[in-house]
Design a protein around this ligand. Structure first.
Ligand code: IMP
Length: 175
């Protein structure tokens, strides 16, 4: 596949993603007790995953979004994390499930979990569609993982490279 001059190789197909999203939703439905559950999507990459996940879970949920600066136009982590959009609501006393597209070094998630846990949620967990485990520089808990992938830069299904490729239906390696 070819787009904006770079070559893309399909790593995870749309069909595989949809199947896995259904399985994650089933696990979430099983695990969570009664009470308000906020799905907190991390902008922008997790928007598409969140849209599919929220329609796959059966228990009632509420949505909110948080914005974190990530790599910008570079493919490697600067290690710098910045809040670009805060939640709209208080999460005190609520079950909170952070919805991430990918956990790479873990720096973004560590920042996010520290921030959210300071707001006294009833519980705080993470679902990440992709886990590039071998790149981790700090240990962060990821409660639900869609796919563990190798150390390759991927795009599609919400993930970008310099804001391109988010609309691809498959997850592809950018080569
Ligand atoms: P971390 O802080 O290194 O764990 O990086 C997390 C963020 O970096 C993700 O939410 C993505 O926005 C971005 N990222 C990491 N790896 C990739 C990738 O392979 N493709 C696209 N974005 C990535």
């Amino acid at each position: 596949m070819q787009e904006t001059g770079r070559s893309l190789r399909v790593l995870i197909t749309e069909r595989e993603i949809q199947q896995r999203v259904r399985e994650l939703a089933e696990a979430i439905d099983r695990d969570y007790p009664e009470g308000i559950l906020y799905l907190v999507g991390v902008l922008k990459g997790a928007a598409i995953f969140l849209a599919d996940l929220v329609r796959a879970v059966r228990r009632p949920v509420r949505l909110d979004f948080i914005g974190i600066s990530s790599y910008g136009a570079a493919k490697t982590s600067s290690g710098e994390v910045r809040l670009t959009k805060d939640l709209d609501v208080s999460i005190a006393g609520a079950h909170v499930l952070v919805v991430e597209d990918i956990v790479d070094t873990g720096l973004t998630l560590r920042y996010l979990l520290r921030l959210l846990s300071s707001r006294q949620p009833r519980s705080l967990r993470v679902v990440a569609l992709l886990d590039k485990r071998e790149r981790r520089v700090c240990e962060v808990p990821v409660d639900y993982v869609g796919f563990v992938i190798p150390d390759q830069f991927v795009v599609g299904y919400g993930l970008d490279y310099a804001e391109d490729y988010r609309g691809l239906r498959d997850i592809c390696v950018l080569e």
